[in-house]
Design a protein around this ligand. Structure first.
Ligand code: ZN
Length: 169
């Protein structure tokens, strides 16, 4: 496994739509493993392939609480089959938008389908933080960042803050 550099907004690769993988082969598994290691090191609870510059529909997630054993999930070609009408607000952050946090309202529950590490199709229900994280990461596959859900003013402010921080670094 290897830690890969995480791209930071406004990098153009973060705005591109990712392509499905044709199957989960060793190269995809390697990508998933690298992404998990990168996510844990950051540290974060979710990471999408476009954030490490790979335009593929691959995600990793681990929403285990501190002190709980890790629950790494590796997902390829995730789809949302159903989303609740009920929504919940959650203060989100993103490894590609360092130090910016803001509240986003999303469906509280979703039903997912994806290919797992073995390439098997899996269906799973998600709620709470898991639902938030999955929807946030799936947005990355469409070239959408959580700040795109905010007002224009808040978004512009976030991007200029990130740019300034990058210049200072
Ligand atoms: Zn993100």
């Amino acid at each position: 496994m290897a830690v890969r550099p995480i791209l930071v907004a406004p990098h153009p690769a973060l705005k591109a739509k990712a392509k499905p993988v044709s199957r989960v082969d060793d190269a995809v598994r390697q990508l998933m493993d690298d992404m998990l290691e990168t996510m844990y090191q950051a540290p974060g609870i979710g990471l999408a392939a476009p954030q490490v510059g790979v335009p593929s529909r691959v995600l990793v997630v681990d929403v285990a609480k501190e002190g709980e054993p890790p629950q790494p999930l590796r997902l390829a070609n995730p789809e949302i089959l159903w989303a609740s009408e009920e929504t919940q607000p959650y203060e989100e952050g993103c490894l590609s938008i360092p130090e910016i946090y803001d509240e986003v309202e999303r469906p509280a529950k979703v039903k997912l389908r994806y290919l797992n590490y073995q390439g098997e199709a899996v269906e799973e229900d998600a709620e709470g933080l898991f639902a938030v994280c999955i929807q946030h990461e799936m947005d990355h596959l469409e070239g959408v960042l959580f700040i795109d859900h905010l007002s224009r003013l808040k978004r512009d402010r976030a991007v200029s803050k990130v740019k300034k921080a990058a210049k200072a670094a």
